[in-house]
Design a protein around this ligand. Structure first.
Ligand SMILES: Nc1ncnc2c1ncn2[C@@H]1O[C@H](COP(=O)(O)OP(=O)(O)O)[C@@H](O)[C@H]1O
Ligand SMILES: [Mg+2]
Length: 267
């Protein structure tokens, strides 16, 4: 017998094991197996409707799973009650696809939202945390600005400041670059990488934007018809000979006509 090898390298912080999920007759996940390692940037790619957003929602407990299990830091989270899940929720923040800000609140109050909801902090601590968070996203001093006076790219960054204000260990991004012009796409991509390194977080990015995926990821996983059909480094993705992977990276996969697609074809 060989001695058990010492575990080296990153450990899996989040594990999906045999996860099944359907909505009525619509099967989204047949057998989802995926490890997310501590402090990596993992990007989930796949065509529209393949279940990318569903994966994130299962992870943060917004959707139940039908089978298998999901664990976070060694704890099984599937089937937890809201009260059991609350401490996990404080460790994970999500930048939603729509990422809507509250129009009636200024930037400071938008960013402070999760702090007031989840953490007992003094006004002074809240102000300081908001200031720091806005600085991280390159928008220092915008506390008093109304959402209506921010550009689309700035709104996205304020949403990101709101997500990171609770100092999560895991940041989830759902289509963070969709609907942005190319300069802001690059800016958000750079920011995801910068925050991953500066705040030592684990980052999970869902996108169908290949350029962003290749630019920011330590690892990329592709989902297709209910399974992870590929996972590896950006270089391994580029050179994969899996036909579905090739179709996707060569842009032959069907995607819906969302803003990004329209913008790209227009540009
Ligand atoms: N709450 C829901 N109720 C019913 N069907 C849903 C729900 N959420 C997602 N779906 C379906 O699950 C599939 C995967 O959705 P989604 O994860 O949003 O895809 P995407 O990969 O584009 O993010 C789609 O067919 C979608 O219509
Ligand atoms: Mg989606």
């Amino acid at each position: 017998m060989h001695p058990t090898p010492t575990k080296v390298g990153p450990m899996a912080l989040i594990e999906f094991r045999g996860v099944k999920k359907a909505f009525g007759p619509k099967v989204v996940y047949r057998d989802l197996n995926l490890d997310i390692n501590e402090r990596e940037v993992l990007t989930i790619i796949g065509g529209s409707g393949q279940g990318k957003s569903v994966m994130l929602k299962m992870l943060i407990g917004l959707l139940d799973i039908d089978g298998g299990n999901i664990s976070f830091d060694g704890q099984e989270i599937s089937g937890m009650t809201e009260a059991q899940y609350a401490p996990v929720r404080r460790r994970v923040a999500m930048l939603f696809q729509a990422g809507a800000l509250f129009d009636s609140l200024n930037t400071k109050e938008n960013v402070a939202y999760g702090l007031r909801e989840q953490l007992a902090m003094s006004e002074l601590e809240i102000s300081e945390r908001v200031r720091e968070s806005l600085t991280y996203v390159g928008l220092p001093g915008t506390e008093e600005t109304a959402p209506a006076d921010l550009s689309a790219g700035m709104k996205k960054r304020v949403s990101l400041a709101r997500a990171l204000a609770i100092r999560p260990e895991v940041l989830l991004y759902d289509e963070p670059t969709t609907g942005l012009d190319p300069i802001n796409v690059t800016r958000i991509a750079d920011l995801i990488r910068y925050l991953n390194e500066t705040l030592d977080v684990t980052s999970v990015v869902v996108t169908h934007d290949m350029d962003t995926a290749l630019a920011i990821s330590d690892r990329i996983a592709m989902i297709h018809e209910g399974f992870v059909i590929f996972s590896g480094t950006p270089d391994e993705l580029r050179t994969s000979d899996n036909p579905q992977v090739r179709d996707f990276i060569e842009g032959n996969a069907p995607v819906d006509e969302d803003t990004e697609t329209l913008l790209r074809s227009a540009g």
